[in-house]
Write a protein that binds this ligand. Sequence first.
Ligand SMILES: NC(=O)c1ccc[n+]([C@@H]2O[C@H](COP(=O)([O-])OP(=O)(O)OC[C@H]3O[C@@H](n4cnc5c(N)ncnc54)[C@H](O)[C@@H]3O)[C@@H](O)[C@H]2O)c1
Length: 249
Amino acid sequence: MFSEKSIIVTGAASGIGRACARRLLGAENQVVAVDLEREALETALGAESDCLKFFTGDVARTMTADGAAALAVESFGCVDGLAHFAAAHSKLNWDQADEDEFNRIMSVNITGPFLMAKAAAQVMIDQGTKGAIVLTSSGGVLMGGTGENGRGGPAYTTSKGGVLVLVRTLAKSWGKYGIRVNAISPGVVETAMTSEYSDEAMAGAASRAALGRVSQPEEQAAAAIWLLSDESGFITGENTNINGGAAFG
Ligand SMILES: NC(=O)c1ccc[n+]([C@@H]2O[C@H](COP(=O)([O-])OP(=O)(O)OC[C@H]3O[C@@H](n4cnc5c(N)ncnc54)[C@H](O)[C@@H]3O)[C@@H](O)[C@H]2O)c1
């Protein structure tokens, strides 16, 4: 684990993002925490401090991405990394998902990580320092999505498949600047996103994993932080499955 780095964490009010922000702050890093509502950020992480700043807004908007990056520079002098977890879930299957639903999910889950990564990388390029970016895909990409048994529907899984392509594309563009871009693909994690899953769906997810259980957000955060650290310094454009050995099918 590193310390005294300036990291932007999105989706920081809940689940994996909250666990990541807490862990980074615990190791004396500086965090710009991004989410939709300030109150939720305060509830999750406590009040703003010299090491913690909040930026509220939709990650799919340029003003949010650029604003969060500017706040990191203003508050901490630089941007060393981005841990992007914010996303919207959709369980609607093909026959229920309409134009609006598909576009909503694509906007948050594809445009969002693109704009956040672009804003963070632009600062790194301008400041002439290397950095690392982690975007979040999903184990659901491997199995497709019907929205049943606690799985995402086609809009969600397609958006998360796009994240893997985005990671490869951006890694190619920014490698020459020493900026690494990687994805994590969580299996089922106990967070607000999965709180509506039935007991049966959660048990099914646990039984599909070799480890026989679902994941805790801290386990996902730890892997993302490792991908931000110099210990993974020659890894870029890759996806890391963090699913307890799930045999998706
Ligand atoms: N929980 C799982 O089982 C699971 C499995 C695979 C992948 N993932 C992925 O992991 C990431 C984190 O998920 P989680 O389980 O911690 O979810 P969560 O619902 O607990 O947290 C997501 C956070 O993102 C925020 N958010 C949503 N839309 C936003 C937007 N447009 N702009 C800014 N913030 C927004 C929410 O307010 C929330 O605080 C997501 O990308 C999710 O798709 C989760």
